[in-house]
Design a protein around this ligand. Structure first.
Ligand SMILES: [Fe+2]
Length: 277
């Protein structure tokens, strides 16, 4: 049975197995996995995931759907993903408003799209195909952007709204990505939050950025910065208490550091609940 997510989770890391699997109480209420790393039918990583799944609800985060690509949908990938979805029944399945493959060659980065009527029609068809192949709705994450396309005809928030309306997909809103894109491209992060279709938002991400000369880099290797916490507070006010992931993908710290970030996010959620009550 598919479980639902509540509170603040972290990404599953081998480095943290002891804290996640050996403690008597679960230190976090749920875990997100990079599903693309768990597509084999068996082996040590799948056995570990089975142990994890006995204790934690899961969210499947993907990068391999390549939804924005003009390559044909990779049916072999979706077949393997669907097998794991059926087996582990994740609460949510997500991928990005981006593409990662061209002429069947896969890249290591999430490449953004221009936001045009043509790309929207394409993305709608791709999300519909993905949802049909998986037999479930998916949620789509906003990318972090360093440049914008002069070809774009509509805003990213309008693109996400129409994608949601035309496919019934949900949204994974990465609050750090909003802040990074807003600073890099000179728009208001608060306006962006207010323009999103609130009822579609099913999960939030929080992460740390790196300050580079003249721009912010979405590094996922640091604590969450204060402007992103401030934006998170606004997001909770707008969307209500939404399952939130502390996303940390490089320079993985001891679990205690992640636990501090989780506690901080939980405090914001608690505060939001008290205001609502
Ligand atoms: Fe994210």
């Amino acid at each position: 049975m598919t479980q639902s997510l509540r509170g603040v989770g972290v990404g599953l890391r081998v480095e943290h197995f002891e804290e996640l699997l050996e403690s008597t109480r679960n230190p976090v209420p749920w875990l997100e996995i990079l599903a693309d790393n768990f597509l084999s039918a068996g082996g040590p990583s799948i056995r570990n995931l089975e142990r994890v799944a006995q204790r934690y609800p899961l969210s499947f985060h993907c990068v391999g759907m390549s939804l924005g690509s003009t390559d044909p949908i990779n049916k072999a990938y979706f077949k393997r993903l669907k097998e794991q979805v059926d087996r582990f029944q994740p609460a949510l399945i997500s991928d990005h408003l981006a593409w990662v493959s061209v002429h069947h060659r896969y890249l290591h980065d999430l490449i953004p799209l221009p936001y045009t009527q043509e790309s929207l029609t394409h993305m709608v068809s791709r999300v519909q195909q993905a949802q049909e192949l998986l037999g479930r709705t998916i949620i789509i994450e906003n990318p972090s952007a360093y440049l914008s396309f002069k070809e774009s005809e509509i805003s990213e928030t309008e693109f996400l709204r129409q994608l949601h309306q035309q496919t019934d997909c949900g949204l994974l809103i990465d609050v750090n990505n909003i802040y990074v894109s807003a600073v890099n491209n000179g728009f208001s992060a608060h306006d962006y939050l207010n323009d999103l279709p609130a009822s579609a938002v099913a999960e939030l991400h929080l992460a740390g950025y790196e300050e580079q000369a003249g721009y912010l880099f979405d590094s996922h290797g640091q604590r969450v910065h204060q402007p992103v916490w401030d934006l998170y507070q606004k997001a909770l006010q707008r969307f209500g208490n939404t399952p939130t992931l502390i996303e940390w993908d490089t320079d993985i710290p001891p679990f205690s550091v992640l636990a501090e970030e989780v506690a901080k996010a939980q405090a914001y959620q608690q505060q939001c609940q008290e205001v609502e009550a």
